[in-house]
Design a protein around this ligand. Sequence first.
Ligand code: SIN
Length: 314
Amino acid sequence: MQSPKPLVVILATGGTIAGTASTATDTTGYRAGAVGVDALIAGVPALADHRLEAESVAAIDSKDMDAATWQRLAGRVAYHAARPEVAGVVITHGTDTLEETAYFLHRVLAPAKPVVLTAAMRPASSLSADGPANLLDAVTVAEMAGARGVSVVFAGAAWGAIGLRKIHTLQTSAFAGSDCGPIARLEGGVIRTFRPWPEAAQALGLARIAAAPDTWPRVEIVMNHAGADGRLVDAAVAAGAAGLVVAGTGFGTVSARLEAAIARAREAGVRVARASRCAFGPVLPHGAADHEAAGELSAMQARVELQLALLAQA
Ligand code: SIN
């Protein structure tokens, strides 16, 4: 007799994976988050013999992801991950801010069990929906003995949160990660693991994000570009920004005028992180005393990191 499958909890937040369009060929003009989580699971016949529990945390287009939803989601993930009978948690999400939510959960929870985010580029109603295979793969990882930490399973690959980026507006292979490549690949339900799963260490904990979401420190992203003059930095500071992430050119450089505006912001007590507007590659520290460099984090992930750091001082 086969032993029963491990129990996996699926938390739905919305996104295209739960989207419906008026025609089966429309892959852009759809309503994200319209399909309930039970219907989403029922749409994957191969999940019928898995042990699943499902819960809806939100039903949003992830372009609208916000601190309140993150707070709620982190609480539900922590709750289910602490249940001894639960092997892992899967989160269905939109692709647009997936990398931010994944990094947020990685830093806040750093769970010992697998917490697997997944999504889709084509709505559930599409002729060629990619969500069902992604959801099945995500459950497979969440059930896997030895998997742990926050990962993103998409288009046959499992990525760690750090440095993950959405890299395409339409294609179903929409994500790429850091220079190290994916943690694992999934082919026909078989997992080939190349690197260790993310460490369950140094979690900031739910206490770090307990403050009312509308009081979380304001952190803005500004970009260096031809003609960048720093006025947006001054405006952000005037609007109450406590932190700024600069998406610099190349390895994180900024124009002289933007640099001057950043120096004024720092004088005013604003914390600054330096990321890059390049698609790939880290921003490395300039010397041991440089604590600004975002490393492998995208500008959006550096924004999450800075907000979490500032929450410690709030
Ligand atoms: C979203 O991010 O919720 C919409 C886009 C997508 O899921 O691909």
